[in-house]
Design a protein around this ligand. Structure first.
Ligand code: PDD
Length: 289
């Protein structure tokens, strides 16, 4: 069952008019929210980022946070599986094709749930390959826009070469992955670029930094050069659906000893514990010591 503009219907019966600006212009924003044991993970933070994205495209939020909470509860309840991922999608709505914003239309709101398939244990034990590419996206990568063509093309480069992710470089500096945020380890210090218009402010990125902070893991949020990335002891990716994953080669060259490192193991364990603690009820649980 999906939610579309006020109704819950089976996905096969859900249609959007061809003049929807999401279809015509990619004029919309989205969110991806993991659900564990039927509880949405960091929902407040996802709704906050949704508001940031809506502000970025000058589109009014169609619902209050309270209404979003209710819809999220309803969509979880009417879908199978304890672990799901929710996809929220809002476009500027349906109007005659014209680039400028149309007056007096209501936005299109679509929510679906899919089974959440986190990475298999095997990949966490072996690690995964990644490639690099020049970050040729626009200057507002902090907006979670549905117009994802550059990300699609960049991610396909990874698939074409048998890699898990494409790590993006802009002007000689690390930005993020095609669909993830990136951390590296240098001299045993966890490093990641600061939030800016050039990357998506990841919810998992925030969780990892909080875990580093509360568990006294040496870390620094600062620009990371291509050189530092290429000579890192460890490289990690984070996202809502992939959680924390170890990258063990870059453009065919081994990172460290080619195996998931100590930092990955510690952070992944902390992340899994944090998830479990959050699901037991205390959403504010951060310190695991
Ligand atoms: N993508 N950067 C980009 C470009 C992303 O698309 C994503 C996530 C992230 C990680 O953000 P978060 O930790 O909040 O998931 C960073 C989602 C999962 C997607 O588009 O499917």
């Amino acid at each position: 069952m999906i939610y579309l503009n006020g109704k819950f219907v089976p996905i096969e019966q859900a249609y959007v008019p061809v003049l929807d600006r999401g279809f015509i212009f990619g004029d919309g924003v989205y969110e991806v929210i993991p659900v564990y044991s039927r509880k949405p993970f960091r929902l407040a933070e996802h709704l906050h980022r949704l508001q940031h994205s809506l502000n970025g495209i000058r589109l009014k939020n169609p619902y209050t946070d309270e209404q979003w909470h209710t819809l999220v509860e309803q969509i979880i309840a009417c879908n199978e599986g304890d672990d799901q991922y929710l996809y929220l999608h809002i476009t500027r709505g349906v109007a005659k094709r014209d680039h400028a914003f149309p007056a007096g239309i209501s936005s299109t709101v679509f929510i679906m749930s899919n089974p959440l398939l986190t990475p298999p244990q095997e990949l966490l034990l072996t690690g995964v390959p990644a490639i690099t590419a020049q970050d040729n996206r626009w200057g507002r990568c902090d907006i979670k826009a549905i117009s994802l063509l550059p990300n699609v093309l960049l991610r396909q480069l990874a698939v074409d070469s048998g890699a898990m992710e494409t790590i993006l470089l802009r002007d000689g500096f690390l930005t993020e992955g095609a669909a993830s945020n990136i951390f590296i380890v240098k001299n045993n210090v966890l490093l990641t670029p600061p939030k800016s218009h050039l990357m998506l402010p990841g919810i998992t990125y925030d969780v990892v930094l909080e875990l580093a902070q509360t568990n006294a893991i040496p870390h620094e949020v600062r620009v990371v050069s291509e050189e530092e990335l290429r000579t890192a002891e460890e490289v990690l990716l984070t996202s809502s659906t992939k959680e924390v994953m170890p990258i063990v080669s870059l453009d065919g060259k081994t990172i460290g000893d080619g195996k998931p490192g100590a930092m990955f193991k510690q952070l992944n364990q902390l992340y899994q514990q944090y998830k479990a603690a959050t699901m037991r009820g205390g959403d504010a649980v951060v310190s695991l010591k």
